[in-house]
Ligand binder design. Structure first.
Ligand SMILES: [Zn+2]
Length: 103
C-alpha cells in the first residue's frame, strides 16, 4: 500500500471584475496565493455565520412584557414563552408575533 494521495478539490465560479482586481492586488501585496486569501475570507464569513446562528438559538424573541413594563427577552420553557426577567407567561403574544414574522 502506497502513500495516500492528497485529496484535491477544484471548483470553477465567477467573480466580479472589481473583486477580482482587488483579490489580485491584495494577494500580491500580502504575498499570498489568491486561494489562501479566498479561504481566509470564507473562513471568517463561516465563523461569523456560526456565531449568528448560535446567538439566534441562545436568544429568544424580544417582546414587551407588561409586568416588567419594558421590552425583554423571552425563553421557551416546555412550549411556553416566559419572560426572561420575571417569568410572566406571554405564549399567546409571542406565538402571534412569530406567526406574523414567518414569510
Ligand atoms: Zn417580565
Amino acid at each position: 500500500m502506497g502513500r495516500k494521495k492528497d485529496f484535491k478539490a477544484a471548483k470553477s465560479f465567477t467573480l466580479g471584475l472589481q473583486e477580482l482586481a482587488w483579490l489580485a492586488k491584495y494577494s500580491a501585496d500580502k504575498k499570498l496565493k489568491a486561494s489562501e486569501v479566498m479561504n481566509k475570507l470564507l473562513r471568517t464569513a463561516m465563523q461569523n455565520d456560526v456565531k449568528e446562528e448560535k446567538k439566534a438559538i441562545q436568544r429568544g424573541p424580544i417582546a414587551f412584557c407588561t409586568k416588567c413594563m419594558q421590552r425583554t427577552e423571552f425563553e421557551n420553557v416546555k412550549d411556553n414563552w416566559l419572560c426572561f426577567e420575571c417569568g410572566e407567561d406571554k405564549t399567546e403574544v409571542i406565538e402571534y408575533h412569530l406567526e406574523r414574522a414567518r414569510p
